[in-house]
Design a protein around this ligand. Structure first.
Ligand code: CP
Length: 313
């Protein structure tokens, strides 16, 4: 059983990950129904506390909470007392005094969700913090690979791009390694963290070598808002050397799948054609994000009910 909060994949055991993925698979069936709602979290309150922009994560947490019948509050930073210089921790304490059952936090600075979790009574779920972790993204990626390939153990997963700035890369490295995959990272030397191999991955600056025999290829977004553009000579050169297209994908296994956490810089890290068509599974990742976040909310915000074994029904 996962602990009180979900701050990162690093602190999870393989059993925790398996429990979350199995719970998400049970939740998926609900998305196929005409009435996509069960009373599992009726009377519970979820607060979405996003200090950074988000389309997929914020919306899917909201849909996930509503499908479980929770009341979901989307906290707006621009119209809050943060604009009157109230601190983030005081904001969190204030919201906590209203007795929510879970708080979902995204922030541009690594460590903020953990700091908030330290002062809150409610479970805190990290929805992405700086370059630290994005645990629910990695969990939905694991779910997608498990369903596409029928297993994770023994697969070769290559993550390409801005590894140094990427919380998605970090969480996926922990997650795929814990689940028994071989993990490779690839990109220009400036985008690979120093001593990245100490995490247990193999590092490459050649796409051909990185992709050879890969079952899963994950392209990452070049984070231009975090000055990643200064780490290579030009976007065009990056696209030519590390962009994923049908031509570069031929180095991977014939049945390799292509993933991307979104949003995509089309024509930079991923060709237009690959972004829109198989073997890309980008929209499956998005779809799985709802079921995965339902599972996390159920396991954390519906604690007593989860312990009693009550699920989607
Ligand atoms: N993958 C991801 O976190 O996307 P959003 O920023 O749109 O939530």
């Amino acid at each position: 059983m996962i602990a009180t909060d979900l701050i990162g994949i690093e602190s999870l055991e393989r059993d925790d990950i398996e429990l979350i993925l199995e719970t998400a698979e049970r939740m998926q069936e609900l998305g196929e129904r005409q009435v996509k709602k069960v009373p599992t979290l009726r009377g519970r309150t979820i607060v979405n506390l996003f200090f950074e922009p988000s389309t997929r994560t914020r919306t899917s947490f909201e849909i996930a909470g509503k499908r479980l019948s929770a009341d979901v509050i989307n906290f707006s930073t621009s119209s809050s007392s943060l604009s009157k210089h109230e601190s983030i921790l005081d904001t969190a304490r204030t919201l906590d005094a209203m007795q929510p059952d879970a708080v979902v936090v995204r922030h541009g600075v690594a460590g903020v969700p953990k700091r908030i979790a330290d002062v809150l009574g409610a479970p805190v779920i990290n929805a992405g913090d700086g370059a630290h972790e994005h645990p629910t993204q990695a969990l939905l990626d694991l779910l997608t690979v498990k369903q596409e390939k029928g297993r994770i153990d023994g697969l070769t997963v290559t993550i390409v791009g801005d590894i140094v700035h990427s919380r998605v890369a970090r969480s996926n490295i922990y997650g795929f390694l814990k689940m028994g995959a071989e993990v490779r990272v690839a990109g220009p030397p400036t985008m690979l963290p120093p001593a990245v191999e100490t995490l247990g991955v193999k590092a490459f600056t050649s796409m051909r070598e990185a992709l050879e025999g890969a079952d899963v290829v994950m392209a990452l977004r070049i984070q231009l808002e975090r000055e990643a553009g200064a780490l290579f000579p030009s976007i065009r050169e990056y696209a030519e050397t590390f962009g994923l297209s049908r031509a570069t994908l031929r180095f991977a296994k014939d049945d390799a799948i292509v993933m991307h956490p979104g949003p995509v810089n089309r024509g930079v890290e991923l060709s237009h054609d690959l972004a829109d068509h198989r073997p890309s599974v980008i929209l499956d990742q998005v779809r799985n994000g709802v079921a995965l976040r339902m599972a996390v909310l159920y396991l954390l915000a519906g604690r007593e009910r989860a312990a009693e074994g009550e699920g989607a029904r």
